[in-house]
Design a protein around this ligand. Sequence first.
Ligand SMILES: [Zn+2]
Length: 343
Amino acid sequence: MSHPSDDETRGPEFWVVSMPDIERHLDSVPGWDVVELCRSPGGRPVYACTRGPKKQSERTANFSSAYHSGQPEAFWGEHVEQQCFMYVAGVHGAEMEGPMAAVNLLHVIENGRDLRGEPWPALRKAAGEMRLVVVPVLNPDGRARVEPVSLVGGTGDDLRYWNQGRWKDGADIGYPDCKRHQPLPLDEVEFPGGYPNDDGYNLMHDCTPGDIRTAEVQALLELALDETSDCMFNSHSYELSPGVIGYSTVLEGYAQRQRELSSSVEESLAARALRPRAYHEASGYNLVVALHLACGALAVTFEGPHGLRENPYTHEQILDCHLGAIEGALNFGAERGFRPGTG
Ligand SMILES: [Zn+2]
């Protein structure tokens, strides 16, 4: 195992964030099946990596109908003990930490160690017999557009520019403009930032029933249904300390589970002195809520730190935040079952 070198232009060796480097790892980790889900508007493949036997879920209804029959197993299948954990990263291009963690996760599951050589025995044990589905980069267009390899030591201005871009008049797009436009009018921007795909769509909000515009989201929803996902762990990054965001707009029994999964994540992060942020419950709906409603998965957002100047984390700590959070989520699923009624 080689030692990480903190070269400014590349980051440490375990910090695998460019599309070509990520693809090289997908090709080289045995034990994972890699499939192309779809192509982005920029012509880039969106990959899913799977491991373990696929769940056998015989269905007689879609999830909505099964749920309202009072017999959700009509969707989930009778007596299916196996669980499917889905990890989806790279929805926003400037949030390179999730894709980096995804690549390390593939290695951890394969041989017990991340790309630094650090062992994660509890993570691997918790994953156990679960079906694992990893989408390392849902938005490869956004990922390819962002130049810095990391935002460690950067500023809020750096983050705003690389995430949400700049109008032609020189003003940052920022919030709420980045969400007021869907798609972003690309002829009016100097730089679209990493948020959207090459058609200007922020995938996080391409989730209105009857009006889904992107191949990436359509393919992800179909994948979650096909896999009968029990947990959807959606990885993002921001300026704050690492934490889980759940949603109030979920079916009965799930809000409590989101909170409990977060407690398990917080415990795992606190044990590594990574300063976890308290659980946050948001309202509204986005891609994560859409995935929950599509298949009844326990679906949460995880936000890891960028390591900006005002809230510093090192590259190593950022990897620990992501793998530690995954370990916490998997522990919860292994001990309690992800979905209500499973434990
Ligand atoms: Zn994000």
